[in-house]
Design a protein around this ligand. Structure first.
Ligand code: ADP
Length: 215
């Protein structure tokens, strides 16, 4: 089973992907996470990507498609893949077809998280994660039960993404509208797109995605 989670920044792709990983043993392939790791490690890719990401623009198709290919090879053939934040352009969608075919995989579902854009800026600018285990929180919607202490691992260190500020979020939204939303028709023509209400409660969104996967 190979699926794409598609939706604007802050739609909840990462959260939902993590839940599918826990429930079904699938693997999350997040180009955003891969790029952030590259930036942190100071690799040549990271050095190239850093400023682009801070502006909220898209990293080159060649770079992200190469990262996806490497990650798929590293994970072997057993587990299903959840593509989170990839593909983001028509060129990447085309590359993904070749990347999957070369590895004997095929795309089963494209799940579009449908969200109200005005709510996204608030979602994104308020979010933060545990620096130790990565659990996600929000200033307004989900503070840790004990303020300043991670519910999951007890760490007291938290972090925010440098691109989660309002100006960069607006650019990321514009990039989504201009370059990513237009790839939906490619998958619609293949009859593999299902739309899920991303404004529903997180558990409801998860349940809706599970129904699609099991169908
Ligand atoms: P979000 O979905 O919240 O915007 P991501 O973590 O998926 O965040 O991506 C963060 C940034 O990483 C993007 O704004 C972009 O600069 C870069 N990036 C991630 N995935 C891709 C991709 N497939 N193609 C080009 N750039 C990407």
């Amino acid at each position: 089973m190979n699926i794409i989670l598609l939706g604007p920044p802050g739609a909840g792709k990462g959260t939902q992907a993590q839940r599918l990983v826990e429930k079904f043993g699938m693997r999350q392939l997040s180009t955003g996470d891969m790029l952030r790791a590259a930036v942190k490690a100071g690799t040549p890719v990271g050095l190239q990507a850093k400023a682009v990401m801070e502006r909220g623009e898209l990293v080159s198709d060649e770079i992200v498609s190469a990262l996806i290919g490497e990650e798929l090879d590293a994970m072997g053939t057993e587990a299903g893949a959840i593509f989170d934040g990839y593909p983001r352009t028509a060129a990447q969608a085309e590359s993904l077809d070749g990347i999957l075919a070369a590895r004997g995989r095929k795309l089963d579902h494209v799940i579009e998280l449908d969200v109200d854009e005005d709510a996204l800026v608030e979602r994104i600018t308020g979010r933060f994660t545990c620096a130790n285990c990565g659990k996600g929180y929000h200033d307004k919607f989900e503070q840790p039960r004990q303020l300043g202490v991670c519910d999951k691992c007890g760490s007291t260190e938290f972090k925010r993404r440098p691109d989660d500020n309002e100006e960069t979020v607006r650019t990321r939204m514009a990039e989504y509208r201009a370059k990513t939303a237009p790839i939906l028709p490619i998958y619609e023509a293949r009859g593999i797109v299902t739309r899920v209400n991303g404004m529903a409660e997180m558990d409801h969104v998860t349940a809706a995605i599970e129904r699609i996967i099991k169908s």
